[in-house]
Design a protein around this ligand. Structure first.
Ligand code: SAM
Ligand code: SF4
Length: 339
């Protein structure tokens, strides 16, 4: 069955999907993918770290936490002009979405937020989708971002509730879900996913997929990050995730959330072209690309525009244009809350 959208997946059902023989799983995921998406299209985003480092949170994987000595030099909030310059180069490279990331715990109603709203307006006016990932936010702040033309808000649940609380102590899983609820009170699209390779079990990964599948409607975009091991963080010595487990996660997310874009995000740089092709076959239809080999921070690299152009050409994939699914602000009916 390829066209049923469900919010009631049990852990046992998720396990049965995830544990299918690998090629059967990829085949089923590819079938679902083809029923809901143009399989010749790849959505390409560019991430701009508008405020880097010195974050008060203690997320154990993160290069930007002030708790760890990671060598990331803190930077002040970027000037809007600089953001526009980077966005112009991204647009020229065929990118359809610019993601503005800030190493903040939460959004505050201050001049810095006003500047982010100005960035959102400026980049949206260039005809690009804009996504923000700024930490926790309330309903009013989500509304202000929507009014500025924001396309998507990213806030990852990152893992299962139980495991999350062992890797981050400065906020709770419930805080995370509250922000997602605030996003769903607007017409913004939602981007939410997680990381594999934190030391979690397969059940933790599946509980995360279950949490995401309970959001109504499903997040429009679901990033699957592979941990980028950052020297100085508690996770620097974690074991690598076998590529087969990455493919299983992508395929499971694709089958469970058929309409969502599944994003192969952090850690893609570690996968060779053949492994990436398998991930795309298994339903990943969105990537981050960058003008240099770096994204988010110097500790979390991403492949370059040139390398990606070459890969997409080899695979016969074309870059998807912006606003293929319309602008969220044009939506007639407000999205409903978490289920
Ligand atoms: N401060 C905001 C927040 O935490 O929501 C936004 C920025 S934060 C860096 C965005 C996401 O990047 C995290 O939720 C996590 O999924 C991902 N991320 C951060 N560091 C990573 C790493 N070392 N490896 C893989 N993913 C990472
Ligand atoms: Fe801060 Fe976000 Fe990094 Fe956590 S993931 S330390 S909140 S920047």
């Amino acid at each position: 069955m390829t066209d049923t959208i469900r919010h009631d997946w049990t852990l046992e059902e998720l396990r049965a999907v995830h544990d299918l023989p690998l090629l059967e799983l990829v085949f089923r995921a590819a079938t679902v993918h083809r029923a809901h998406h143009d399989p010749s299209e790849m959505q390409v985003s560019k991430l701009i770290s508008i405020k880097t480092g010195a974050c008060p949170e203690d997320c154990s994987y993160c290069a930007q936490s002030s708790r760890y000595s990671t060598g990331v030099a803190p930077e002040r909030l970027m000037e809007t002009g600089r953001v526009v310059e980077i966005a112009e180069r991204a647009k020229a490279a065929g990118v359809s979405r610019v993601c503005l990331g800030a190493a903040w715990r939460e959004v505050k109603d201050n001049a810095q937020f006003d500047r982010v709203l100005e960035m959102v307006r400026s980049v949206t006016d260039m005809g690009l989708e804009v996504c923000c990932t700024l930490g926790m936010l309330d309903e009013h702040q989500a509304k202000r971002l929507e009014e500025a033309g924001l396309y998507a808000y990213n806030h990852n649940v990152d893992s299962s509730a139980e495991f999350y609380e062992t890797i981050i102590t400065t906020r709770t899983y419930a805080d995370r879900l509250r922000t997602l609820e605030n996003v769903r009170k607007t017409n913004l699209t939602m981007c939410s996913g997680g990381i594999i390779g934190l030391g979690e079990s397969v059940d933790d990964r599946l509980k995360m997929v279950q949490t995401l599948s309970q959001v109504r409607p499903h997040p429009e975009s679901v990033p699957i990050n592979i941990l980028s091991k950052v020297e100085g963080t508690p996770m620097a010595g974690n074991e690598d995730v076998p590529v087969w487990e990455v493919i299983r996660m992508i395929a499971t997310a694709r089958i469970v959330m058929p309409k969502s874009d599944v994003r192969l995000t952090a850690g893609r740089v570690k996968l060779d072209a053949t492994a990436q092709a398998l991930c795309f076959l298994a339903g990943a239809n969105s990537i981050f690309s960058s003008e240099t080999e770096f994204m988010l921070t110097k500790a979390v690299p991403s492949p370059s525009y040139d390398k990606d152009r070459e890969l997409l050409e080899i695979l016969g994939l074309k870059m998807r244009g912006p606003f293929k699914n319309g602008r969220p602000q044009d939506a007639a009916v407000p999205a409903t809350a978490l289920g």
